[in-house]
Design a protein around this ligand. Sequence first.
Ligand code: CMP
Length: 144
Amino acid sequence: HDERTFVMVKPDGVQRGLVGDIVSRFEERGLKLVAGKFMQIDRDLAEEHYGEHEDKPFFDGLVEFITSGPVFAMVWQGADATRQVRAMVGETDPAESAPGTIRGDYGLDLGRNVIHASDHEDEGSNEREIDLFFDDDELVDYDR
Ligand code: CMP
């Protein structure tokens, strides 16, 4: 069944010029882009988005990093989109990510892992993250 999932190119991915490649990968896979926003995340949004990691030792660094420069936030739609996107993104740790995945192709640093995608094992995280980053009228309905 069709579902929507949240994806974001992180500041390191934007700085390295990887936005176009990442968008292409999802397009070529057959997913449909329904929203996209180039934006600067403020502290409040960062703390809310990463709220589940609040008590982790890496939380402050994570908030610092994600607010350090612009990100490209997107919503992609397709059959089983959340799980399919996660498979294309790779593991949280780029060093554990297979070549051919986005993280597996572009890095080795856990804190600079290029992209964020909703967790398919955390049910509802896709809808929650879409709501956090986008207004309803920013999601575009069209045939493809
Ligand atoms: P992301 O999928 O965006 O979700 C949480 C992020 O925390 C993760 O990607 C990593 O970039 C970042 N992170 C930094 N340090 C750690 C760590 N030790 N364990 C897990 N995630 C970490």
